[in-house]
Ligand binder design. Structure first.
Ligand SMILES: [Cu+2]
Length: 744
């Protein structure tokens, strides 16, 4: 890396020259070919000052194209770095120089926008200083020491392989994480967990997990255990610029040395809030000020919010003080809280230690935590997401003026807090900040009043069975564009009808999060929309051409949750471009092999978002039988639970007689997750088939299938790994036997 400063002290050109190349990286006991900028993960921190021009050259030494996107920066469209849409991809052995003025200050980051390169290490932080008095180049002797902590997630598996696995089974990594939500746990949890499971099954929402991927490590500044030294031993505070640069992880961040004082969110200054624990969605940034004590090294711990691991950063030298361990959330109660109390707090049940929440009776999930203050004031506990004035117009709190009088009740809840800054008269304290109600911009963020408002309802949708994610039920391939008109105020009403969190990001604009703070609603570039939650954002359509809008969970984005916001009069988006910006991979396969003493079976399927081709072949191995059955089918996923199909079945019976039947009908997922198939064959005969799989324990699985032709199959599997199982099967046509099965 070379950083050159050109020009006068007032308006400099800040120049960097960076190289993207492969790097052998050893993390969590394995060495893999990662992707690094200037040989480091994360990439070098880029620093500039408001008013500067940033000029960054990237040289691509990879054998594949690369790109860099400037996350949260306001810049000309052709500098945004989304390959094919905004900026040409940086081809192998070529370079590209980004060149744009810095018109904002704050904490941001940059990362590849090509394939899954971000998961392999192509990310770094950007620190933009307000003025040279707080010069970002280390010349801030008079101010607080400032450091960046960039959090990320790490897998030693290839990220494309991770996505392939998720397409085989959305639950693929639950086994590795020991998060399998099996029936033994449901039963052990008693009435509340049984009730929750029953509700999930009836509504066909399915058991939820908080994260899809089992990571091998979580990193802070590229390390599992990082260290930040205090430069001035007498310093009592330090400013930390926290960045969630993960591929698909949310973190709960907690500091061992006391409360963290939030002073900025997504690079925008906010009224200070003291927090004990801070939830950071993927791609968000927060600036916090933390206390220091000479002779102590306090841990800043970022725990993946599914409880599967954490990174540590020790701040200071001396006796190490660990941050508390955050217990794993009780996933079995998550859906329960949601269904029994409307949209009530998923986050909330996470505040309880998992061991405790097992004992909680149903009404416990209605408990109020300090971070749901907006709800308290009205006596409602309906929405842990951002409160939406229109949707909740009966809530008196929303009619209050912007200056957050509604938050006075924080003080009565607040534990005693040592105020670190007397200048701030009253800094409210929140135990666990998981939503945005308390964020208060320092400036009026109201959109221009003289413009028309365009309201767009966007449902965040998904099909977990196929691992497909979408907006309004349509993937990027099916509906690539969301048109806006320059000069409008655009109001996006995001409602999440999935059981996962989605960190939604808009390129090239800041949006207001309508959080009940009126004129001082905060500006953000990324917003968490919680499971079954609703968030309203709005922005002035003041740019031109085309900007990406997507879920920043890279696995969700690559599975369809992606759109181009295109300005109708200036959009450059044509059919070829729509094609070029699609994820490279469209078709995924899900196959299994079953070798039992009595039968050899192979299922082979290939599918995209809608289409499925399935071949199932079974061959009897017992000499007394010579049965052979071949089923080929095609189905089209019409909606989440409905798929019309056609199929052909060829059988050879014990007596050597053969027959072929052609079916047409409907496959449906019924409540309680029973798969059904209703078909009529070419002779006009109807057949109904039912089946399902039950996860009895982490390792034991029960499968059954039955149809109105009196055929059945019953299987018990014992999973040695996610892919391999010992099986026992009983089949009306093929007999009984032990064997092994393999998912591939
Ligand atoms: Cu998502």
């Amino acid at each position: 890396m070379t950083a050159l400063l050109l020009g006068s002290a007032q308006a400099k050109v800040v120049e960097y020259d960076l190289t993207i190349d492969t790097l052998g990286t050893t993390i969590a006991g394995a060495t893999v070919d990662s992707l690094a900028i200037d040989g480091q993960i994360p990439a070098p921190t880029l620093r500039a000052t408001l008013g500067d021009t940033l000029r960054v050259t990237f040289r691509n030494r990879l054998k594949v194209p690369a790109s860099i996107h400037w996350h949260g920066l306001l810049l000309p469209g052709d500098q945004d770095g989304v390959p094919y849409l905004n900026t040409a991809p940086i081809l192998p052995e070529q370079s590209f120089t980004y060149n744009f003025p810095i018109i904002q200050a704050g904490t941001f980051w940059y990362h590849s926008h090509t394939d899954m390169q971000i998961q392999r290490g192509v990310y770094g932080s950007i620190v933009l200083a307000e003025s040279t008095a707080h010069d970002a180049h280390g010349g801030h002797a008079s101010a607080l020491q400032e450091e960046v902590i960039l959090f990320s997630d790490w897998t030693n598996e290839s990220p494309t392989r991770v996505l392939e696995n998720l397409k085989k089974d959305d639950d693929y990594y639950a086994f590795k994480k020991n998060n399998v939500q099996s029936w033994d746990k449901v039963i052990a949890g008693g009435q509340p967990t049984l009730q929750a499971r029953f509700n999930q099954s009836l509504t066909r929402m399915g058991p939820m997990d908080l994260a899809d991927v089992a990571y091998d490590a979580f990193l802070a500044n590229g390390e599992e255990i990082a260290q930040i030294d205090v430069k001035t031993q007498s310093a009592s505070e330090m400013k930390l610029r926290l960045i969630n640069g993960s591929t698909s992880s949310y973190f709960d961040v907690e500091y061992a040395g006391g409360l963290m004082r939030i002073v900025a969110a997504d690079g925008q200054p906010v009224a200070p809030i003291n927090v004990k624990r801070l939830r950071m969605a993927t791609a968000e940034t927060y600036d916090v000020i933390v206390p220091l004590i000479k002779g102590k090294a306090f841990e800043m711990r970022a725990t993946s919010f599914d409880g599967s691991g954490y990174s540590s950063t020790f701040i200071g030298e001396g006796e190490r003080v660990a941050a508390p361990t955050i217990p794993r959330p009780n996933l079995l109660l998550q859906g329960h809280a949601m269904h029994s109390a409307g949209d009530a707090s998923t986050e909330h049940s996470m505040d309880h230690p998992a061991g405790h929440s097992m004992d909680h009776s149903a009404d416990h999930s209605m408990d109020h935590s300090t971070d749901h203050s907006m709800d308290h004031s009205t006596g409602h506990s309906t929405n842990h997401a951002v409160n939406v004035p229109e949707a909740n117009s009966d809530h008196s709190a929303h009619k209050m003026p912007a200056t957050s009088v509604a938050h006075s009740q924080h003080d009565s809840h607040a534990p005693p807090v040592a105020q670190h800054e007397s200048a701030v008269t009253k800094v409210k304290t929140i135990d666990h900040l998981t939503s945005y109600e308390s964020l208060l911009s320092l400036v009026d963020t109201t959109l221009p009043a003289d413009r028309p408002t365009r309201v767009v309802a966007l449902e965040l949708t998904g099909n977990m069975q196929r691992y497909v994610w979408s907006f309004n039920g349509l993937t990027q391939r099916e509906d690539p564009r969301l048109s806006v008109e320059a000069g409008d105020n655009v109001r996006l009403e995001l409602s999440n009808s999935t059981m996962m969190h989605h960190p939604i990001h808009l390129h090239g604009h800041f949006f207001r999060v309508i959080n009940g703070q009126g004129e001082r609603s905060p500006l953000k570039h990324t917003v968490d929309v919680p499971p079954m939650g609703r968030v309203v954002i709005e922005f002035a359509a003041s740019e031109d051409q085309d900007w990406l809008f997507h879920c920043h969970n890279q696995y969700h984005m690559k599975s369809g949750m992606n759109r181009v916001i295109s300005y109708v009069d200036s959009s450059q988006l044509d059919a070829a471009m729509e094609q070029a910006i699609l994820p490279m991979r469209r078709w995924y396969s899900r196959n299994s092999l079953r070798a039992q003493r009595n039968v050899l079976g192979i299922d082979y399927s290939i599918m995209d978002e809608r289409h499925s081709f399935l071949v199932e072949a079974d061959h009897a191995l017992e000499t007394a039988r010579d049965n052979f059955e071949l089923r080929t089918s095609y189905s089209y996923q019409l909606s989440r639970f409905t798929a019309p199909f056609v199929s052909m079945e060829r059988r050879r019976h014990e007596d050597g007689e053969q027959d072929t039947r052609v079916f047409a009908g409907l496959r449906m997922t019924l409540p309680l997750f029973i798969d059904s198939e209703i078909g009529i064959d070419d002779a006009g005969d109807a057949r109904i088939e039912l089946g399902s799989g039950l996860q009895l324990t982490r390792r034991f699985v029960l499968d059954w299938r039955w149809n109105t032709d009196e055929e059945y199959r019953l299987g018990v599997g014992f999973n040695l790994s996610k892919r391999t199982a010992i099986v026992f099967g009983k089949d009306s046509d093929f007999g009984t036997g032990f064997g092994v099965s393999y998912l591939f």
